[in-house]
Design a protein around this ligand. Sequence first.
Ligand code: SAJ
Length: 413
Amino acid sequence: KTVSVVGLGYIGLPTAAVIASRGVNVIGLDVNQKAVDTINAGEIHIVEPDLDIIVRGVVSTGNLRATTTPEKADVFMVAVPTPFIHSESGDHKADLSYIESAAKTIAPVLEKGNLVILESTSPVGATEQLAQWLSEARPDLTFPQDKGDAADINIAHCPERVLPGYVLQELVSNDRVIGGMSKACSEKAVKLYELFVRGECIVTNARTAEMAKLTENSFRDVNIAFANELSVICDKLKINVWELVKLANRHPRVNILNPGPGVGGHCIAVDPWFIVASCPDEANIIKQARLTNDAKPYYVISKITKAADEFKRPVIACLGLAFKADIDDLRESPALQIVQELASKNVGKILAVEPNIHELPEKLASKGVELTSLDSALEQANIIVVLVDHKQFKAADKTQFASKVVIDTRGII
Ligand code: SAJ
């Protein structure tokens, strides 16, 4: 059996490597020649703990090979980005163009008996749309939307649900939702996932699987929004929100998440919009949670500028730039957004401490932000802003903060 993984990014590459490590022949397909060359050299182009070791292993045994040219396979797993497009009316619509081009790329090599799986987080209906694109490109084959169990090609949606930083563990240990377009599609997909998943494979239809994934991330977004709203309320009422959350969580049926500087990453701040775009008149709480979480960085900025007004020469140390603790991923990071806005406002000297990177992004460096060590920042600054709860910050000697103005968005001081 040969599995082709289409899209070798944060989800596709670990998935390809784990399947290859089970002795399956895996072909990784990507449009990025540089990524393909890197992988074929046994190296990786993304950051994820232990991924380098497993990729080196499966490339050296020949079980994983990357290419930019589509080849025949038994199974095609599509793991391409599904970002959103901002429309002029302020809506956020899902951009399915990567799925469309993946469909057009694999269509010419599809053969009777093949299974196509969509792993990308997608709005409801995207799997049916993928099936439509494939059937338009290959009128000589039959598809489950027309022929059900008797179709030549089987199609399923099996959304990824791994947590960045723990991808290799969660790929294997998490339960999987398997949404086939027919019973035969689901059965075939379960067989594939059982090769490497130790969690349970639970069967449903494609639309429910799509909605399940969006629901998981919206649940988290709504609950973080609740915590973020509480933090703003508590500031106004002069209550320590961290103490409050701890106390309320002592109730057996209350479990409030942590407030923060906003919600980052490529999933939780994106996926709820797919639900809002499908049902704009019904998805009120989900939409409000997005707006509440997106407003939080601006609230933090206003707190910092207010604090800076009290100093003649404000020196602001910003602890953390990543979108969450103990990773080096700065994309879609509220911490980065806050530092960037501060730098363009000219509120004072800005120091950034980010132990997981060696060089500041150009957009910060060009605005005079300085990357420095925690000790040096604590020595120079009169205002300390905690933006990420990295382990190095949690372990710091807290007496060093005593004489400073501290704005702690993560509650670690
Ligand atoms: N955050 C808070 N407070 C909290 C928890 C998180 O402010 O109590 C913030 C984080 O700092 C970060 C953002 O939320 O900025 C998102 O972080 P996260 O750890 O909640 O999630 P991601 O984006 O790294 O991964 C999520 C996961 N989804 C869920 O936990 C429901 C993961 O399982 C998904 O596979 C992933 O999205 C995805 O790919 O969709």
